[in-house]
Design a protein around this ligand. Structure first.
Ligand code: SF4
Length: 254
């Protein structure tokens, strides 16, 4: 079997969990290589053309607009130093073993249980730690990712949630947009590298401990977690699978 025989491998979408992990790793590596098929200058031109300017509305720092804010490994070290209560396992654990333990690829910022699900650090529409904000916060809403539109065609996406936040009248200099473009590419590379490392770790861990992904158990455990039930969650961080021990899962998976 070659990578092109696998459903989802050549669509530009990350293949589903039913695809064997080694092939998913290959797909992610291919996706990471594709990142560099686009030059920083080209991405910078898109950033300039977006004319995006932050309006300070705070909307992007909410679950209502951004769903969740994923933390790269390096951000986890930073958030631990600022406030250990400010992060939780990222939503939607991908794997569940036959014993009911869930596995997820990293942590995310904790969101409050208010009407919009605002970030733990958002205070009156302002970030309390703006100078120390995290990797994703620094590049948002710019991105360099491929995804399928409603017709199923896969396209590069360079901007998140257009017209749901901010103003669109900025004049960015060539230098400014090029710096931002390089940061975006570095972020996407780090994100994909973390996903690859997560899958490699899972693959090895499941082999050594004679575990397998159980889709039925996965559905049951995710539901249990959503309803506040006790479930063991293991979170990938810096080459290890950490067991999430905090008792209060509020803001997590809701
Ligand atoms: S850390 Fe600050 S910039 Fe990042 S999502 Fe939270 S409030 Fe927004």
């Amino acid at each position: 079997m070659t990578s092109s025989d696998i459903p989802g491998m050549n669509t530009g979408l990350l293949p589903p969990v039913s695809v064997p992990v080694p092939y998913r790793i290959i797909a992610l590596m291919q996706e990471r290589n594709r990142l560099y098929s686009c030059s920083p200058e080209h991405l910078a031109a898109g950033i300039r053309a977006s004319r995006f300017r932050c309006a300070g509305c705070g909307a992007c720092c909410t679950k209502a607009v951004s769903s969740h804010i994923f933390l790269l490994d390096r951000d986890v070290e930073a958030v631990q130093a600022i406030d250990p209560a400010a992060y939780v396992p990222a939503p939607d654990p991908e794997f569940c073993d036959q014993d009911g333990t869930l596995y997820v690829s990293g942590y995310a910022l904790r969101m409050r249980d208010d009407t919009t699900g605002s970030c733990w650090f958002l205070d009156n529409g302002r970030c309390r730690i703006y100078d120390k904000r995290f990797s994703g916060c620094r590049i948002y809403p710019h991105m360099s990712r491929r995804s399928a539109d409603t017709s199923g065609s896969v396209r590069w996406r360079g901007f998140a949630r257009k017209y749901r936040h901010g103003h669109y009248d900025a004049e960015l200099s060539g230098d400014e947009s090029l710096v931002l473009a390089r940061q975006v590419m570095e972020y996407e590379n780090a994100y994909l590298s973390q996903q690859i490392a997560f899958l490699e770790t899972i693959h090895e861990y499941f082999l050594i401990h004679d575990l397998r992904h159980d889709p039925v158990m996965h559905r049951q455990q995710v539901q249990r977690l959503r309803h506040g039930g006790k479930v063991t969650v293991r979170v990938y961080h810096a080459g290890d699978l950490e067991t999430w021990k905090k008792a209060d899962p509020s803001g997590y998976l809701r």
